[in-house]
Structures are given as C-alpha cells and as structure tokens.
Ligand binder design. Structure first.
Ligand SMILES: Cc1ncc(COP(=O)(O)O)c(C=O)c1O
Length: 443
C-alpha cells in the first residue's frame, strides 16, 4: 500500500495542547514547547495576547457577526483602513475571507471577473509555478505545484500552466541572470498559450512550505511586472505565508518595489486569534469590476466576520505600535547568521536562506551536487519529532526538490519573541537537526 502523505497523517498520536502564553505552549502532560514557527507561520504575536483577546471579547459582547449583505461594522471599516495604510499605493479594495485558500480562490475569481468586465472573457487560464503552495480548495490546489498534496485530485482541476521554480539555490538550466531567465520563461509561456487566453500569473514572492523560504531571484519580480503589463495578464502575489510583516515589510513584494494587481493575505493578519484572510486588489481592477458589475462577485457567509476583523485590528495595532515590522527586518540577517553558525560543520546542511522571521535550512545528501536525501528516509518527519521531544515547534516539510524528495526546516518565530526566546529557538532547532543527522549516521 502507498504511504499516506504527511498531511493526511492521523492526529491520534499527537500531544494534546491545553495552554499557551507568548512564545510557549504546554500539553496535557505538562510538557513545555517553544513556538519556533508560529505553527505554520501564523502566530506572529505569540499566544494568549491579552490585548487581542480583550478586543475579541468586547466585539463578541457587542455583536459577533454583522452579515455583509445587511451591515457594515466599525471593525471591518477600521481594518480596511489599516490594510490600505500598510499596502500603500493603489491596493485599496478587498474581500475578507476566513483563511489562505479562500483568499487565493477569491484572487483567482476576481481576476476572472476583471477580465470579463473589460471584455476579455477569453482569458480563463492561469500560470503558476512548480514548487508552490496556494491552498487546499480546488482552485487554489489546481494552481499549486506540490505533488504530494495535489496527486489525489489530478484531472479535476482548472489546470494551470506550471513554470519552473525561481530559486537561486536550485537555478534553472542556462547561462546569465537568473531573474531574467525565469521571467523570460513566463513570457514564453504566455506567448505559447496565446496572451488572449491568460487571466493571471500567481506566485509566492517568498515561497513558503513548498520551497522553504525562497526569496525571488534579484530583478525577477520587476521583470514579471513588466511582462504581465505587456500582455494584459494580472499579477497575483500570494502573500498568505510571507505577507503581513513576516519578512520585515508588511507586503513581501514591497521589498522588491513591486505592486501586484491582486494579493492574498491571511495567516499573520489576525495572527491565529480568529480565522481571517483577505483578497486585495488595486483601484484599477476594482474600478473595472465596479463599472461592469457594481460589486465583487465572490464572498461567503463569513466574509468580513466582525469578531475576526476585530482580532485583525487589534493584532495590526500592536504590530504598528511596537514597531514589529522594523524589528523583524532588523532581526532577519542576524537570525540567518546565528542559524548558520548553530548548524556549522554539518555537511548535510546545503543551504540556509530566508528573510525576516522566515528562515529555512535545506538538507542535502551531497553539498556539491545538491542531491536531496531519498524520500523514504523521511528526514523532515524525524526532525519534527526530535524537535517536539526537545520542546520546540518548528516547521519541517518534505518534497521541496521534486515533490517527493527534499527536506527543509522552516523557522518563523513570533515577531515579538524576546532575544532569549529567539536564541532558544535557533539552539533547539539546530540541536534537533544535529541529533537526527547523528542518529542517521549522517554527521
Ligand atoms: C502561500 C500560501 N497560500 C495559501 C495557503 C492556504 O492557506 P490556508 O491553509 O489558510 O487555507 C497557504 C497555507 O499554508 C500558503 O502558505
């Protein structure tokens, strides 16, 4: 029988979490864990923040949910202004949802609605990349390049055209500037399919789980912007994982000086206090939709859920008041340096990369050839278990090289983790990796 994919594993053997505070969690046996990855890069303010909890409780006491077709609310309006301020530029309109997949799904639908609105109804196809993760709903899954997670559903997707990953550590074949070559691959794909058939290109500005904190090669996203403009293709930045400040700027793409047409955001928006995401678009996209249809066609019962928006407002106020974006940006290079020295001497550590509070170590069998370990060694699973035994939550993922092979360990600490906590996270993560490699005879 085929092995069940990691994400389908039973939860029967997991410890039961009962309590958390700040960067720490405790299970029912009284064991303490430090949250080195904010779960899957979500809990950017740590756990049980009293100010966020109080804001949510106050909102629940007043009204939990003002349904979008009947009411607007203070929380929704305030959060909208906060997001506009964070995004800057013309990213001003948004549809709220309950998480990352819905945010991506909404971006895809808004792109289609826009193309229809401007008389380009032939543009129904999407381009995306291999080694990308956009979510678990059918649309988001269809544009994802993550074989372990998509395999069971192949044949039922709106198939996207999949480009090579854009990754400095594992560059595509060829000579010359990598950003330029990856962008040229996008343009070639648009031309091959016929620009009049392509609605949008979707990508992660810093690839998360499917690649391991992979920043875009230099110059890549600016060239993508030009190519999309030239061919009437919308540019969708999936910032569900890398956005909301995780990489040191509120929008990850801000780092490259690029404004997308659409952007998805979720995890860090309300920091896991309540489920919340948003699909955000530029005024240009919105104006075309408004002129044709008067409103976004996409949305759900819980769109703009009031208590979730109140959580988002409280989280974003703390992020701004405590200067956490600047802190994350400043910490980034130091975290990478500390991570590098903590893993020093381990031949199996092929690359260390990332930005802000979003860093990763990639394990390889051969540093020169970058050959990954065989998938059945399941190193990432072993690192996860060892880290838990050492009292650390980190985020190891498999398959980053070809969908089956590849082992990465992601760290995504809370933005407000103390210096001592950051040290403890790096130290425990490095120790866990070292222990696993030693037990496997690899160090
Ligand atoms: C880049 C990216 N997009 C979309 C998603 C899907 O988000 P969710 O799991 O909240 O549906 C994820 C989740 O990890 C993600 O990392």
């Amino acid at each position: 029988m085929a092995k069940s994919p990691d994400h389908l594993k039973s939860t029967a053997s997991l410890p039961k979490v009962v309590r958390a505070k700040g960067s720490y969690l405790w299970d029912a046996e009284g064991r303490q864990y430090i949250d080195g990855s904010g779960g899957p890069a979500v809990y950017c303010l740590g756990h049980a923040n009293e100010e966020v909890n109080a804001a949510v409780m106050a909102q629940l006491g007043a009204i939990a949910h003002g349904y979008r077709y009947n009411f607007t609310t203070d929380a929704l309006e305030e959060l909208t202004e906060i997001i506009r301020g964070h995004c800057g530029g013309t990213l001003r309109e948004m549809v709220y949802v309950t998480g990352g997949s819905e945010a991506v799904e909404s971006c895809l639908k808004i792109a289609l609605q826009y193309q229809t609105a401007i008389g380009q109804k032939g543009r129904r196809r999407f381009i995306s990349r291999q080694r990308s993760w956009h979510g678990n709903t059918l649309g988001a899954l269809g544009v994802s390049g993550f074989e372990e997670r998509t395999r069971a559903y192949e044949g039922a997707f709106i198939p996207s055209i999949k480009l090579s990953p854009a990754n400095d550590y594992r560059p595509i074949a060829g000579e010359g500037d990598l950003g330029e070559r990856c962008a040229a691959e996008l343009e070639a794909a648009i031309l091959a399919a016929g620009p009049e058939t392509i609605a949008a290109f979707i990508f992660e500005p810093v690839v998360g789980a499917a690649g391991g904190c992979v920043p875009a090669p230099k110059g890549y996203t600016r060239r993508v912007r030009e190519i999309c403009d030239r061919h009437g293709v919308l540019m969708i930045a999936d910032e569900v994982m890398c956005g909301a400040g995780r990489t040191g700027t509120w929008r990850a793409l801000e780092h490259d000086g690029v404004e997308p047409d659409l952007m998805s955001v979720a995890k860090g928006l309300a920091a896991g206090y309540l489920p919340l995401g948003a699909a955000i678009c530029t005024s240009r996209v919105w104006e075309a939709i408004r002129a044709a249809d008067g409103a976004f066609g996409t949305g759900h019962t819980f769109t703009g859920h009031t208590a979730a928006c109140a959580a988002g407002v409280a989280v974003q106020k703390i992020v701004a008041r405590e200067g956490l974006l600047a802190r994350v940006a400043t910490n980034g290079p130091r975290l990478i340096a500390d991570w590098r020295s903590a893993l020093d001497g381990l031949d199996a550590v092929g690359d260390i990369r990332g930005r802000g509070h979003f860093i990763c170590a990639e394990l390889v069998a051969n540093r020169d050839t970058k050959e990954p370990f065989p998938a059945d060694r399941r190193l990432f699973i072993k690192v996860r278990a060892q880290a838990m035994a050492n009292g650390l939550i980190c985020y190891p993922v498999g398959g980053n090289v070809d969908g089956a092979r590849g082992d990465i360990v992601i760290l995504a600490p809370p933005y407000n983790a103390t210096e001592a906590e950051l040290e403890e996270i790096i130290d425990k993560a490095a120790r866990s990796i070292r222990q696993v490699l030693q037990a496997e005879g690899l160090a």
